[in-house]
Design a protein around this ligand. Structure first.
Ligand SMILES: [Mg+2]
Length: 104
C-alpha cells in the first residue's frame, strides 16, 4: 500500500494537482468514478474486464487519496468497519441472507 500511496503523491505533486484534492472534491470523484464503474454494466452484465479494471482502479485511487488527505490509514478504517459489520451481521443470523441488518 505504501508504494501505491507514494506513486499517487508523486503523480499529483508533478502536476501540482494537490490543490484540487479537497476532501469534498475527492468524495465527488469517488462517486463519479463509481458511476463510471457501474456504467460498465449499463446494458449487459458481461462487462469488459479491462474497462472494469480501469474504473475500479480510479475508485480505489481516489479513495486512497482521500484517506491520505484526511490522515486515515485505509487498512485500519476497513478493519474497524468490518468489526462494526460483524456485530450488525452476526453469522448465525446473516449467513446466506442478503437482508439488511435492521430486518434480520
Ligand atoms: Mg474513470
Amino acid at each position: 500500500m505504501k508504494h501505491v500511496m507514494d506513486e499517487l503523491r508523486k503523480f499529483n505533486e508533478e502536476r501540482d494537482w494537490d490543490q484540487f484534492h479537497s476532501p469534498e472534491n475527492l468524495a465527488k470523484s469517488i462517486a463519479i468514478e463509481a458511476g463510471e464503474l457501474l456504467e460498465c454494466y449499463q446494458w449487459s452484465s458481461d462487462a469488459s474486464e479491462q474497462a472494469v479494471k480501469e474504473e475500479l482502479a480510479d475508485v480505489l485511487a481516489y479513495a486512497l487519496q482521500m484517506c491520505d488527505k484526511l490522515g486515515l490509514d485505509p487498512e485500519t478504517i476497513i478493519l474497524e468497519k468490518m468489526e462494526q459489520n460483524a456485530k450488525k451481521y452476526p453469522v448465525e443470523k446473516a449467513k446466506g441472507k442478503s437482508t439488511k441488518y435492521t430486518e434480520l
